[in-house]
Structures are given as structure tokens and as C-alpha cells.
Design a protein around this ligand. Structure first.
Ligand SMILES: Cc1cc2nc3c(=O)[nH]c(=O)nc-3n(C[C@H](O)[C@H](O)[C@H](O)COP(=O)(O)OP(=O)(O)OC[C@H]3O[C@@H](n4cnc5c(N)ncnc54)[C@H](O)[C@@H]3O)c2cc1C
Ligand code: SF4
Length: 332
């Protein structure tokens, strides 16, 4: 691993100032915040990340989880994934989030991993993690061997000629359906970004993955309060039952009134270059009776524009079935 300076940020303002010294907050950043370290340290050992300065943010007191006065859920940036998944407010009102977190990684990893770190984890594309391979995300302009190579796990939505890497976070998929907002403290002040707008598509610059600028510190995430009677769940389909990333996953939330769907939200994981949510597909469900036909129609809308590669065409039908099955689980 390349040598680096490790500093402990005494307060948020110092952390932001330290981070601002980097020329980018994206791939190639020379300063990185350290939370649980389960992504960052891993990538530093591989040489994929080479920050000269690592700023430990674990003592900033950003780990609170509580209900705000307006009913929204406040989740601190360094709240551990385990604490979040098992929190009574989350288990009670945000089932899909609790289930999504518990479907990811292992107990030990979840005990260390944090909210912001999870949202900012990097793709598991094997070429990205292998310095001997070309990769436009790691080394812009070098090429994308995944398009003609090993792409079974990779994305079919939101891809470009430059990159087809999947966003691997389970937690982010569930957070999408609760209309989550990411709260950021930056050099120019505080700002809030809906999670729907937080990730950017790869286009010609797959090294840029989100809207963060140098110095931007995620302080917390808020989730809207669920409607009365809302049910939600997370279904993750993968090659083995634990310790495995999703081939396809679906977070779904629904309310019923008089036998019809009053509201529905859903997002998909494992198939997009970012967690995938299409509000038009959700609107198509409203007013319908819950049925395979209605759910399958919503799936078709959500999957419009899917572009399979050599090995991952099976994900289209798998995603349809995942959506239908997840909705049936909570409506039957
Ligand atoms: C073997 C293995 C299996 C896994 N399986 C799964 C799985 O099935 N599903 C899944 O979803 N995930 C899985 N993961 C990924 C895991 O969830 C992430 O590694 C973890 O959530 C990252 O959180 P962290 O706190 O350790 O982040 P870190 O490694 O500390 O940080 C990650 C990135 O976020 C940045 N960062 C952290 N906090 C902030 C902040 N507050 N503001 C700005 N930037 C910040 C860091 O600088 C770094 O760039 C797995 C990981 C491993 C190693
Ligand atoms: S899919 Fe993206 S991350 Fe994977 S090799 Fe291609 S450019 Fe790199």
C-alpha cells in the first residue's frame, strides 16, 4: 500500500477543510475521509485508491439515529449499518431498509460499515479492482474490457460505451423508495441532495460517480415518514444465500385502499449503474388492483431501455420476476 498521512478530524469544519485540499472527490482523490474503512482500505491495499492523506471522521459524533420533529428519520453519516438495521424505528417503519442492510456483506462488516460509506462504496467490477486491466473508471480513457469480457454481474440500465459497472449497494436501493435526502457540509456551506439525484450516470466519465466536490462531508441522510398502512420489503436474488452481491434486487413499498393500490414505490439493485427507480412505473400501479399483470406492467416500464451485454441478458427476466414476487409478498 502506498504511504499516507492519517489525521483525526476534531470537528466537521476541519474535516471539510482537509478534504477540500484534494483536486477531486471522485476517483483519484488525494484526500479521503475514513469511516468504517471496509471499502476504502480494501481499495488502498489493491492500489485502486491512493490518497496521500486519510481523514478519520469517526469522532465527529455523526452517528445518531432519531425521528425528527417533522416525522422524518435522521440517520447520521457514521451510524453503523448494524445499528441502523436493528434500530426499532427502522425495523418498525422502514422494513425494506432493515432487510436490505441485513442482506448485505457479513455481520462483522456491517458492524464496521457506516451509512455514508455504504452509499459511497465502489463497484465490484473485477477489472476496476485489478490494476493489470484497463478500466475507464479507474484510469479514464484506458478502455472497458468488461463490455466484451466478464459482465455477468454488471449493469443493463444506465450504461454507456465507456462503462457498464453496477452500483453494488443494497442499502441505497432501499433508501431510494423512502425518498431519502443526502445532507452535505461543504466548503460553501450546507446543501441537501435527493438520493435520486446523488448518483450520476457514467456517460463518457465513469470516474465521476456522484455529485460530491472536494471537501464535501456527508453529515446525515433523512428518510421521509412512511404513509399510514404502508408495507415495504426487500428481495435480493444472488448466487448464494449470504455474503454475496445482488444479481437483481428490489425494494418495494405499497399502500392499499379499498382493494386497490393507493401508492407504490420501488427501486432495483444489481442491474443499474446507479440504484434504479422510475417514478413513471410507480404511477402506472396507482388505482390498479394488486395483480401479476399490474406488477409485470410496472416492471416493463421500469426496464425500458435495458441494454444487456454478452453474459447478463438473463437479468431482464430475473428483474421482472423479482419485482412481481416482492410486491406479491407484501400484498398477499
Ligand atoms: C467482502 C465484502 C462483501 C460485501 N458485501 C456487500 C453486499 O452484499 N451488499 C452491500 O451493499 N455492500 C457490501 N459490501 C460493501 C460494504 O457495505 C461497504 O464496504 C461499506 O458499507 C462501506 O462503508 P464504510 O463505512 O466502511 O466506508 P469507507 O470504506 O470508510 O468509505 C467508503 C468511501 O466513502 C467515503 N466516505 C465515507 N464516509 C463519508 C462521509 N461522511 N462523507 C463523504 N465521504 C465519505 C470514503 O472516503 C470512501 O471513499 C461488502 C464489502 C465487503 C468487503
Ligand atoms: S465496466 Fe466500468 S468499472 Fe468495469 S472495466 Fe468497464 S469501465 Fe471499468
Amino acid at each position: 500500500m502506498q504511504s499516507f498521512d492519517l489525521v483525526r478530524a476534531p470537528d466537521q469544519r476541519t474535516a471539510v477543510a482537509e478534504g477540500a485540499a484534494s483536486h477531486t472527490a471522485q476517483q483519484g482523490a488525494s484526500v479521503r475521509f475514513l469511516a468504517g474503512g471496509t471499502t476504502l482500505v480494501d481499495l488502498m491495499k489493491l492500489g485502486v485508491e491512493r490518497p496521500g492523506r486519510v481523514v478519520d471522521i469517526n469522532r465527529l459524533g455523526l452517528d445518531d439515529i432519531h425521528k425528527q420533529a417533522n416525522g422524518d428519520l435522521f440517520i447520521g453519516a457514521t451510524a453503523r449499518n448494524s445499528d441502523l438495521a436493528h434500530h426499532p424505528l427502522v425495523r418498525g417503519s422502514y422494513s425494506a431498509l432493515s432487510q436490505a442492510i441485513l442482506a448485505g456483506a457479513s455481520t462483522q462488516l456491517r458492524n464496521a460499515a457506516t451509512t455514508a460509506g455504504n452509499l459511497l462504496q465502489r463497484t465490484r467490477c473485477m477489472y476496476f479492482r485489478d490494476l493489470a486491466s484497463a478500466c475507464n473508471k479507474r484510469a479514464p480513457g484506458s478502455g472497458c474490457p468488461a463490455i466484451a469480457g466478464t459482465n455477468r454481474m454488471l449493469a443493463i440500465l444506465g450504461t454507456s460505451e465507456a462503462c457498464i459497472a453496477t452500483n453494488p449497494s443494497d442499502m441505497a436501493v432501499a433508501m431510494m423508495v423512502y425518498d431519502s435526502v443526502v445532507h452535505i457540509q461543504g466548503v460553501a456551506g450546507d446543501r441537501q441532495i435527493p438520493l435520486m439525484d446523488f448518483y450520476v450516470l457514467p456517460g463518457e466519465r465513469p470516474d465521476i460517480e456522484n455529485v460530491l466536490e472536494p471537501g464535501d462531508l456527508v453529515t446525515h441522510v433523512t428518510l421521509s415518514s412512511p404513509s399510514t398502512g404502508e408495507r415495504s420489503t426487500y428481495l435480493k436474488l444472488r448466487d448464494r444465500a449470504s455474503y454475496e452481491f445482488a444479481l437483481v434486487s428490489a425494494a418495494v413499498a405499497i399502500t392499499l385502499a379499498n382493494g386497490a393500490i393507493a401508492s407504490a414505490r420501488f427501486a432495483l439493485g444489481g442491474i443499474g449503474t446507479r440504484p434504479w427507480r422510475v417514478t413513471e412505473a410507480e404511477r402506472a400501479l396507482v388505482g390498479q388492483a394488486p395483480s401479476d399483470k399490474a406488477f409485470r406492467n410496472a416492471a416493463e416500464i421500469c426496464l425500458r431501455g435495458a441494454r444487456p451485454q454478452g453474459q447478463n441478458g438473463f437479468k431482464i427476466e430475473l428483474a421482472r420476476r423479482c419485482i412481481v414476487h416482492a410486491f406479491k409478498q407484501i400484498t398477499q
